[in-house]
Design a protein around this ligand. Structure first.
Ligand SMILES: [Zn+2]
Length: 141
């Protein structure tokens, strides 16, 4: 579950419904559980302290970072998400190469007006490769 990492760090966790819990807030001297934890359908975790603590304070007090509130990018790389399957340097080299392809195509287009089908097709391949390189390194989902 998305909230597991956070719930594991909290005291007096009580489930109040599907994907909902209350617990003692670690960020203030909480006698009765005033921290509300809720999982959203898209796998995020919402945290609210009714005593007014900021979410960042709650996370810091629990020894967590904001990433604990967001789902892993892909359930299959849940355990390896900190280590990309391809070294960053390789992904950057790929992006640099594709950037040159884009530049060469752009120069040809500039000289000759309309791009050929082959150039357009190669440009979309470049965009695909750059996007893949970013995804592999977790730059965006
Ligand atoms: Zn609090």
């Amino acid at each position: 579950m998305a909230a597991d990492a956070l719930l594991a760090q909290l005291d007096q966790v009580k489930q109040t419904g599907a994907g909902r819990w209350v617990a003692r807030c670690p960020a203030h001297d909480d006698r009765s559980p005033t921290l509300s934890i809720r999982e959203t359908e898209d796998g995020r975790t919402l945290v609210h302290c009714f005593a007014g603590c900021q979410t960042g304070e709650v996370l810091a007090a629990a020894g967590l970072t904001w990433s604990a509130l967001y789902p892993p990018r892909n359930p299959h790389d849940h355990h390896t998400r900190k280590v990309p399957p391809v070294p960053y340097a390789d992904a950057l080299r790929c992006i640099a190469h594709e950037a040159w392809v884009v530049l060469v195509c752009a120069a040809q287009i500039e000289r000759g007006g309309r791009p050929s089908d082959a150039e357009v097709s190669r440009l979309s391949t470049a965009v695909e490769r750059i996007t893949t390189a970013c995804q592999i390194t977790g730059t965006f989902r």
